[in-house]
Design a protein around this ligand. Sequence first.
Ligand code: ADP
Ligand code: ZN
Length: 515
Amino acid sequence: MNPEKILKQTFGYASFRPGQKKVIDLILNKQNVLAVMPTGAGKSLCYQVPALINPGVTLVISPLISLMKDQIDSLKQNGVNAAALNSTTPQEEVNPILRQAYEGKIKLIYITPERLAMDYFRYQLNFLDIDLVAVDEAHCISQWGHDFRPAYRQLLEGINSLKSRPNILALTATATPAVQDDIGQQLNIPKENFVITSFARPNLSFKVVNSPQNTPLYIAQYIKKHADEAGIIYTNTRKKVETLTAYLAKKGISVGAYHGGLKAQERSQVQEAFQFDEIQIIVATNAFGMGIDKSNVRFVIHASSARNIESYYQEAGRAGRDGEESEAILIYHPGDLRQYRYFIDESDAYEKYRELQYQKLQSITDYANTGECLQQFIVRYFGQDCSPCGKCSNCLNQDELTDITTDAKKVIAMVYELDGRFGKNIVAQCLVGSNNQRMKELRAKQYDHFGSLKMSQKDAVSMIDYLTASGYLKIEGTKYPLVHVTNRGWDVLDDKEAVHRRIAKVSASKQLFAT
Ligand code: ADP
Ligand code: ZN
């Protein structure tokens, strides 16, 4: 059987999607492969097709039991026999499953990484002829990723202990170049076998909404304008999920709440109601989503920011999996990120790891403050490039492009004067000439640029964020994020470069309702 035939006969699809064929061919040539493809691109098929061609068994490592169940159900619908072995599998079912696999009646076995770490299980696997191990959510193996899972660390050892010496296919939807290299190194995948398809999601329109005066109202009005469309609202605490759900319900919106504090049964009820369009909206913490496969989600709104671009793109990417036009909206409140920073400050992780967390936090701050195309910003973050999308809130921004070089120079000069010793809030206070105790302690009045910026402290912080996102300033530091001047910043001070920013003429409250 060749791959095309299987694709048509078993799965009923006419042609492969970008990247799928290349991955499948490499696997059939007994290569180790890393596939990096966006959510919804069709990663599963990359191992399901070879599994049906190879003589032996394919092991699929997946961290999520709910995901396994969905996959197995849909495989069974296509007439492919697959099974899962995880902590919910009764012991007496394990041996019959392994026997069926031995007899060639089961071609795919889904397991958790923890199970592969069990000695007795590895011993049992040695009776099987295993051709391929597919590692789903492979970014979990990397400490540089955003979702590191210790059980992934021992994967290579587990795979290497298998007598049949299977090949490895690592799959992920979210990996920066550093994480890709790390996966490659840890799982013995040569760089020429990295298959990376575009990160761009052309059917998504990205939008950043800067601190609306009334976030719940903004969301309610947005939903009313999109009355027949399914949407997910993410927020960052259980409490906020509860309050926002109650608020929207009171406005007559059909809505359910989802967070880790609810009973498993309540959670699956809400998830199912959403899946089958019985409720329009789900308000959730980031506990919701991994493993959900609803294709017609038309919008994802982040009522509070995700803590890094990886998580944001993964969550926002749950919109429009069917390829139809959809929106991904980030409502940006600088305060949310301050809270995340506090968590990092207080954590006892080692320095290098904390620094990385600060950097990731900065990346989402930059996203919220950049003037560039938002889709392009995200794609570049993942080490690729694309042309401006033409439909994100930055591409569509009609505000007047204003020369802000004079103010930018003041900010950059102030940062230079302070010599990279302070974070952005202190810099902003110095710039606007705050009169507080901290300024007195620092004898801030002695600085040439103290009080030189005629704007509110909030606007000064926003200015620093904009200059950082645009590459004139940078944030660095292991203990605290400190502001420094970049080479481009120097060019501004040296009059070699001018700084522009789109600045709204309409008042913020008018903007609030313009969707
Ligand atoms: P991912 O794991 O990359 O997020 P999935 O493997 O769940 O994506 O696939 C997403 C959807 O696309 C599934 O419904 C799948 O059946 C479908 N799909 C995958 N490959 C193809 C293809 N070649 N043609 C049409 N549909 C496909
Ligand atoms: Zn754009």
